[in-house]
Design a protein around this ligand. Structure first.
Ligand code: 13P
Length: 288
């Protein structure tokens, strides 16, 4: 069974002065079994967020259960790249990393080759990537959405050496055993920050299209969580979680609001419970 994941991408928001308190509050309000929670603050807040999540008030007795992720990693391992951050620098600070976000493809001109190198560097550093893919509105209007997204998946993953499921990285809230080494977030660009989310059925159709490419590449697609991202809120998350092909969400704006995160993770918890119950053959599972 695939993991249910709710990841918050804080983008260029929060400072070292306020990020720790926000992370603590989110951790406190989202304690729910069965959901992998990940917070991705800006680089300069990774340390303070990690420390906040380890503090006794949220961490006792069994840890906060919240993972820390970075929002980007460089395609080179070291060198003359002013202002950039390489994968080895993130070891001990982040267990996850967002790769290929559309804002970076757009603003930093990230290419498929660079994104493939970022994935490899993350894996070599023991960091789990969340690969973002998604079409722009013109692609969708031209009927090219699936082709564009499938091309992005192929460009990032053809020839990739994904660590085996049994490989574990150090650190993290409860140990990393069983967590996926690859997660894909389908984020249609026209839905990001616009308040105009995709339909659940469209996201599910795209997840199926992504899994066809994964299988084509020899990657066992049934083990790869696929998240939806783009104007996700506590009010619309159910539409995505109702789709068996969708395993959670990569949340932007709403991930900065404690009440929203509490609502989103609560809904995801019901989904995780329901999916586990189906797996165990129970008939009285709560519906998501
Ligand atoms: P919003 O949820 O703000 O639309 O952002 C989505 C996103 O880009 C997450 O990575």
């Amino acid at each position: 069974m695939r993991t249910v994941i709710i990841a918050g991408n804080w983008k260029m928001n929060t400072t070292p002065a306020d990020a720790g308190e926000l992370a603590r509050e989110i951790a406190r309000r989202t304690r729910i079994d069965g959901v992998v929670r990940i917070l991705c603050p800006p680089f300069v807040c990774l340390d303070v967020v990690r420390a906040a999540l380890a503090s006794p008030e949220v961490a006792s007795p069994a840890g906060s259960g919240v993972w820390v992720g970075a929002q980007n990693v460089h395609h080179a391992l070291a060198g003359a790249y002013t202002g950039e951050i390489a994968a080895p620098m993130l070891v001990g600070l982040a267990d996850w990393v967002i790769v290929g976000h559309s804002e970076r493809r757009r603003d930093a001109g990230e290419t498929d080759a660079q994104i493939a190198a970022k994935l490899a560097n993350a894996w070599n550093a023991g960091i789990r990537p969340i690969l973002c893919v998604g079409e722009v509105l013109a692609d969708r209007e031209a009927g090219q959405a699936e082709a564009v997204v499938q091309g992005q998946v192929r460009g990032a993953l053809a020839g990739a050496s994904i660590p085996s499921a049994a490989t574990t990285s150090s650190g993290g809230p409860d140990g990393a055993a069983g967590l996926p080494w690859l997660t894909i977030a389908y984020e249609p660009v026209w839905a990001i920050g616009t308040g105009r989310n995709a339909r659940g059925s469209d996201a599910a159709a795209m997840a199926a299209a992504i899994r066809r490419v994964l299988d084509d590449l020899g990657i066992e697609s049934s083990t790869i969580p696929i998240l939806y991202g783009g104007s996700v809120t506590s009010a619309n998350i159910d539409e995505f979680l109702a789709e068996p092909a969708i395993d959670g969400a990569l949340v932007g704006g709403a991930s900065l609001k404690v009440d929203e995160m509490a609502g989103i993770v609560a809904r995801a918890g019901l989904t995780a419970q329901a999916r586990a119950a189906v797996r165990h053959g129970a008939s009285d599972a709560p519906r998501p």
